[in-house]
Write a protein that binds this ligand. Structure first.
Ligand code: ZN
Ligand code: ZN
Length: 264
């Protein structure tokens, strides 16, 4: 019975992951990077929309030092978003964070001895808690990432997804993670071959791109290698997350206030 339930849960997760990967396909770039960024965005929306009204969620948020700088910037750049949240919610959160962060800075600034005492008695680290040393969104994001890497293995049965991977739809960091965690030997071998082929294609395009910068060949027009720098960086470092803004749904003015984009 328990086994059947866990199988059903795994199947449900697999179906959901394929849906998220299919959305990620449209945005282009690494499927896992996009999927994680999408979930990240949803999770922040949901927190701003209703999480901050739940005392236990707000307490967990503050116990982690609030948003880390990366997630803070993400919130500040929300712009038009699907649930019409933004400025007012951010103001509420800043009102909670500001006195705590200032108090912490004052305490840490007192003396080295005090810092040592604080470290021993308090959070166990001499790194300030604010902003977001233990950001709950970073924690969640890391869990999502591991889950999506694992779920991508069976999602490769979907032809559109496997062909996306064969065409550069998986960055190198997530490729490594997949090689490490996927279970099927045949799939791992297939993935290894895709990563190698992608790397060779990029190297060839880079060579051609640089050749055309040579004085002697400058008159030659660029071909398919024109965007190779962006592709090479995306492959080596992962896909930038903000491509998901296009997935945001147009909205009307919300119940609590204005979005960042509407700020006067
Ligand atoms: Zn990636
Ligand atoms: Zn974070």
């Amino acid at each position: 019975m328990e086994r059947a339930m866990s199988n059903a849960r795994a199947n449900g997760e697999g179906v959901f992951a394929r849906m998220v990967f299919r959305d990620a396909l449209e945005a282009g770039g690494c499927l896992v990077c996009r999927a994680v960024a999408d979930m990240d965005q949803r999770s922040i929306y949901s927190f701003l929309y209703e999480g901050i009204e739940a005392p236990s969620v707000l307490a967990r948020f503050l116990a982690g030092g609030g948003f880390c700088p990366r997630h803070f910037r993400q919130v500040a750049e929300l712009g038009v978003n699907r649930w019409s949240v933004g400025c007012v919610e951010t103001a509420i959160l800043c009102r909670h964070m500001l006195p705590r962060a200032t108090r912490e800075a004052a305490e840490l600034g007192r003396s080295r001895e005090t810092i040592r005492l604080l470290s021993a008695g308090g959070g166990g680290a001499d790194t300030p808690l604010f902003p977001g040393r233990d950001c709950m969104f970073c924690k969640e994001s890391a869990e999502q990432e591991a889950r999506f890497v694992a779920l991508l293995e069976t999602a490769t049965e979907d032809e559109a997804l496997s062909s996306a991977i064969a065409n550069g739809g998986l960055c190198l960091p997530h490729g490594y993670a997949a090689l490490k965690h996927w279970r099927g030997r045949r799939r791992v071998e297939w993935l290894r071959a895709q990563i190698e082929a992608q790397s060779e294609r990029l190297a060839k395009d880079l060579q051609e791109y640089l050749r055309k910068y040579d004085e002697r060949f400058r008159r030659e027009p660029f071909g398919g290698e024109i965007d190779v720098v962006e592709r090479a960086v995306g492959f080596l470092a992962g896909t930038k997350s903000n491509g998901l803004k296009q997935a945001a749904v147009r909205h009307t003015r919300g119940r609590r206030g204005t979005t960042m984009a509407e700020k006067p």
